[in-house]
Design a protein around this ligand. Sequence first.
Ligand SMILES: [Zn+2]
Length: 429
Amino acid sequence: MARRVNHQILLGSALLCAAALVCAQPTSLRAAEGQAPVPAAVSNFPIASDARLAGDARQTRFVLDLDQPIQHRAFVLADPYRVVIDIPQVSFQLPPGVGAAGRGLIKAFRYGLVMPGGSRIVFDLTGPAKIANSYVLEAANGQPPRLVLELTEVDRTAFMQALAGESRPELRPAVADAKAAVAPAAPQKPSGPPDTRPVIVIDPGHGGPDNGTQAGGSDFMEKNLVLTFGLALRDRIEKSGKYRVVMTRDDDTFVPLDERVRIARSQSAALLVSIHADALKRGEGDAQGATIYTLSEKATDIEAERLAEAENRSDSIAGVTLSEEPVVTDILIDLAQRETRTFSNRFARVLMTEMKTSVRMHKNPLKSAGFRVLKAPDVPSVLVELGYVSNKGDREHLVSESWRNRTVGAMSQAIDAFLAKRLATARSN
Ligand SMILES: [Zn+2]
């Protein structure tokens, strides 16, 4: 146990160092040296170049090829059975599609950034297994440095015992906190009035090891499509100068669902807009067009329920243990929630009216279900599924710049119309 704790401290400092490397090269320094700014994220991090699986359903081995030895921490998670390896930030340059097909005890795996300076690999297991060994090898015999994970089949009882015995403080994938811990202190503005503009939180779904849907192949990964869209929407809204926009993520980093809600609440946001893209599985028919979702306990239909379940799995996919949802008993929160819901529904209607003039909408474009990311009791929140990556026409739209411009335009107009009216009402009261 003591060894494990030491290991975590070591990893913690490794993460900070990795981030410090980035911070140690401010742009001005590079500019003074007369060099073009090199993205430090590309140049400084260890590179993972290949990954492979070997073994069978009793013993399975995972090997990751690296260009230098790194620290790591491996642990198991239950329900569903998963193994997580936390490592310092790594530049993954693995062959496309790696991890989609499993072998032996590993059903599939995925990887990505979970915080500045910290990457993660998440393995879905076919059943309970224990980490028989995990280690990093130096380069030897013509082989590059490697990270090795060895799994052995166990029964559920043994798995749960191993899980209970683990000292495993979560690696904080809380992006805002992590950034605050490692980012250089922002220069203090000497004076000037505080920024009182209403805050709009834009929430591109998924990120890092959570790719979202990708029915059309890796070119159509939801996490990338919605990030591009979210950034374009931010730029459009900021143009007017009337609002301040806060992104829950502005790069390929995973952010837990509750953290997204927390960001909106801590900013006292006037609106949260979560951006996603949907997909139907093969054989489930074809659907197309954009859909706007609000929060409700009971889903409007089976499809909405299925979608909310899929979107709510995000934390599990990224290897984050789900926290128990707090039971809301406070009457004030309850009242706030009711008012917030009214505003959310009102905004959803304004958004639909605006979008349908220029964007193809789903045949039932307004729906509701139990989306975890929409649960802020005091921030009106909607989730927009831009379209279906499983539909050819929608897929063409999702990567088209002119479609994106049109849609971003419609959405920012709807946001402006809704907030202008809401602020006017608030002022006259
Ligand atoms: Zn999604």
